[in-house]
Design a binder for this molecule. Structure first.
Ligand code: NDP
Length: 435
């Protein structure tokens, strides 16, 4: 706390892990007294750099770029890049820390990292995005590599940005390698990678519901966000027979009582991905829907909630409203969207609750599959990748049960994910000595 007191999101993420992992360490001699968690919370390397670029008016702009290389005990650093004005050291360290546990849970050989910039892509032209991405990569390239550190997308970094970043990396390194994931299909990408985080979040929820003999069929589902994760979570919910009631962005949420079906979702995808519009524009085509400005969608009555926008978007009051409205399952698509108090309420009510590091691990898992395909110089089919994704989500679910089942039979997925993620990384760190 003394060292990181000015980093609230990082402390929040560490506290959540510490509360469940420290009792486990105390009970297990092989970990006790080795300061293993103390070592895990200190990033192996933190890189901060200047990014200068020229906007369309010819003015020079300056942003700050970062890469946090958190832990490489079980593989090269792996984790996304976020471009958003709120990006700072605390946010990236919390994301990098979560990533270490998440990547361990996937069972694939990936360490944890995260990076990005306080650059705001909103309202920028394609040319400005390209110039920024090229400038960002002209420094980042010296710190990454397909065996060292393999970044991917996150908020504000989608297929377009990965393309520009990859182009610059390839040019200055003079090599075509799998240094980034989320690439286009014709230049090294993997099928299902765009869908993977959203699909995985729903696959995980499906496994949780099965423990109660339940399913998505006929359920009312509230989804937040309308970006990559939200879009594909919604798509999978629709395919499984659920009714998607909401989507949102930072300006508010839309509520479609009749349900957002496949056709309406296609419209949202075009609106957000091609036209880069706002979610409120949904009403221009579907005027029966409502737009609730400046609010999050948790006040809408639902059976299942999928927070897929950003950290701390679901607080204690929201949790209370969801529970009073009869919500039985929350599966996090975003990273740390529920506050600590909200999670405590879900646990007290004994509903199904999956933390992002378990339920949204499908994205990075499929990135791991992209890395494997790049190394093999081979592409798996859509069905093959989807099957592997389903398998991985199912295995993560089972690992959570192994370490998270309480005496009364309730599955504490937070405890399960933290301990299962910890064990693999801790074992590797112990085997490698103090490095
Ligand atoms: P996108 O940039 O594609 O979409 C983000 C969505 O969240 C947008 O609808 C955005 O609205 C909204 N949002 C962002 N910041 C805020 C905010 N401060 N308040 C309210 N709404 C906000 O990002 P992704 O879908 O990729 O990421 C969403 C979440 O999922 C993040 O937490 C990310 O870390 C996590 N995640 C993503 C993975 C991936 O594979 N992409 C993998 C694992 C986790 P607006 O357009 O108005 O900003």
């Amino acid at each position: 706390k003394q060292r990181n007191g000015h980093e609230p999101e990082f402390l929040q993420a560490v506290e959540e892990v510490a509360e469940t992992v420290i009792p486990y360490i105390i009970q297990n001699d092989i970990y006790y007294g080795k300061n293993i968690l103390l070592r895990m919370v200190e990033p192996e390397r933190v890189i901060s750099f200047r990014v200068c670029w020229v906007d369309d008016k010819g003015e020079i702009q300056v942003n700050r770029g970062y890469r946090i290389q958190m832990n490489s005990a079980i593989g090269p650093y792996k984790g996304g890049l976020r471009f958003h004005p709120t990006v700072n050291m605390s946010i990236l360290k919390f994301l990098a820390f979560e990533q270490v546990f998440k990547n361990s849970l996937t069972t694939l050989p990936m360490g944890g990292g995260k990076g990005g910039s306080d650059f705001d892509p909103k309202g920028k032209s394609d040319n400005e995005i390209m110039r920024f991405c090229h400038a960002f990569m002209s420094e980042l390239f010296r710190h990454i590599g397909h065996n060292t550190d393999v970044p991917a997308g996150d908020i504000g970094v989608g297929a377009r940005e990965i393309g520009f970043l990859f182009g610059m990396y390839k040019k200055i390194s003079n090599g075509f390698t799998g240094v980034l994931t989320g690439k286009g299909m014709s230049w090294g990408g993997s099928l299902i990678r765009p869908e993977a985080t959203g699909y995985g979040t729903v696959y995980f929820a499906q496994r949780m519901l099965e423990t109660k003999g339940d399913s998505f069929k006929g359920k009312g589902v509230v989804v937040s966000g309308s970006g990559n994760v939200a879009q594909y979570a919604a798509e999978k919910v629709i395919q499984l027979g659920g009714k998607v009631l909401t989507l949102s962005d930072s300006s508010g949420y839309i509520y479609d009582e009749k349900g957002i079906d496949e056709e309406k979702l296609r419209y949202v995808m075009e609106l957000k991905n091609e036209k880069r519009g706002r979610i409120s524009e949904y009403l221009e085509t579907y005027p029966h829907a409502k737009f609730i400005k400046g609010k999050t969608p948790w006040e809408v009555k639902c059976d299942i909630a999928l927070p897929c926008a950003t950290q701390n978007e679901l607080n204690k009051d929201d949790a209370n409203t969801l529970l009073n409205n009869g919500c039985i399952c929350v599966s996090e698509g975003a990273n740390m969207p529920s506050t600590k108090e909200a999670i405590t309420m879900f646990h007290k009510a004994k509903i199904l609750f999956a933390p992002g590091k378990a339920s949204n691990a499908g994205g990075v898992a499929t990135s791991g599959l992209e890395m494997t395909q790049n190394s093999l110089r081979f592409n798996w089919t859509r069905e093959e990748v989807d099957l592997k994704l389903k398998d991985i989500m199912s295995n993560i679910h089972d690992a959570c049960i192994e370490y998270g089942k309480d005496e009364d039979g309730y599955i504490d997925y937070v405890k399960g994910a933290n301990i299962a993620g910890f064990v693999k990384v801790a074992d590797a760190m112990l085997a490698q000595g103090i490095v």
